[in-house]
Design a protein around this ligand. Structure first.
Ligand code: BGC
Length: 248
């Protein structure tokens, strides 16, 4: 079965039909740039362009980089325009897509659902935490394979700061940090803090950086949990969005 998945990110809006049996994209993904400011109207237009590119007419799952309740309501908007807060994104996007059924899910939760089913978290019991390092830090917490949604661990306080402002991939770029410095100091301290709170068996590192894990994983020392890169890499959000729309 195929369902369409869209991933709304800080820099791009990406999507493709997803083969839910294989957990992979059925066609090469299409990407448009995220508008700035990333308002509901501008982003909805981007989602429409991505879906229209494939002439898709079935159900659509969409990730959002903030807290999403009931598959629809946006509750926070750390890295997109504030006017998203309390928007019914399912209604907005459904209307913009000419009435297609839409399900909306937090981006990290979507990536986590895909990784637990098809990737690095397959068959893993106990507490597993996927963290995405990108514009912000997203989190998805699983206990025996069951998701605790909207955990928002990127906004833990770390040394007096919002953690994602210290340890996201954007923070590394903004402050010209080397991969080694970022990993050995910022990411290590962040993971140590999350580990103190949850004692997970496994950390899965997702987001754009998962493709470059050799550049930073060797420098993260002193964490008891196993640490592995996400296997679906940057497509995890698209695959997970489609899975949520299919009822996973
Ligand atoms: C948001 C999360 C999101 C993460 C990654 C954070 O700023 O609060 O909801 O999952 O960024 O996009």
């Amino acid at each position: 079965m195929q369902i369409f998945g869209v991933d709304i990110g800080g820099s791009g809006i990406k999507g493709a039909p997803v083969d839910l049996d294989k957990g992979d994209l059925a066609r090469e993904r299409h990407k448009v740039l995220t508008p700035h400011p990333a308002t509901p109207d501008g982003v909805a237009d981007g989602v429409r362009q991505v879906v229209d590119h494939f002439g898709w007419t079935g159900p659509v799952g969409v990730t959002f980089p903030g807290v999403v309740t009931d598959g629809a309501m946006i509750r926070t908007a750390a890295n997109v325009d504030d006017s998203w807060i309390d928007t019914d994104a399912r209604a907005l996007l459904g209307e913009r897509l000419g009435g297609l059924p839409v399900t909306v899910v937090n981006d990290a939760d979507a990536a986590g659902v895909a990784e637990m089913h098809f990737g690095a978290g397959r068959d893993r019991r106990g507490t597993v935490i996927l963290l995405t390092f990108g514009t912000g830090i997203g989190s998805a917490v699983f206990v025996d394979g069951v998701l605790v949604p909207n955990t928002e661990l990127g906004h833990l306080e770390l040394e007096g700061h919002d953690a994602e402002k210290r340890a996201s991939s954007k923070a590394r770029e903004d402050h010209d940090m080397t991969w080694e410095h970022w990993a050995a100091h910022r990411v290590r301290r962040y993971l140590a803090h999350v580990e103190m709170l949850f004692s997970p068996e496994l950390f899965i590192i997702g987001g754009g950086v998962s493709r470059k894990s050799h550049k930073f994983l060797p420098y993260i020392e002193g964490i008891k949990a196993e640490i592995v890169p996400a296997q679906l890499q940057n497509n995890a959000g698209i695959v997970g969005a489609a899975m949520r729309a299919a009822g996973h």
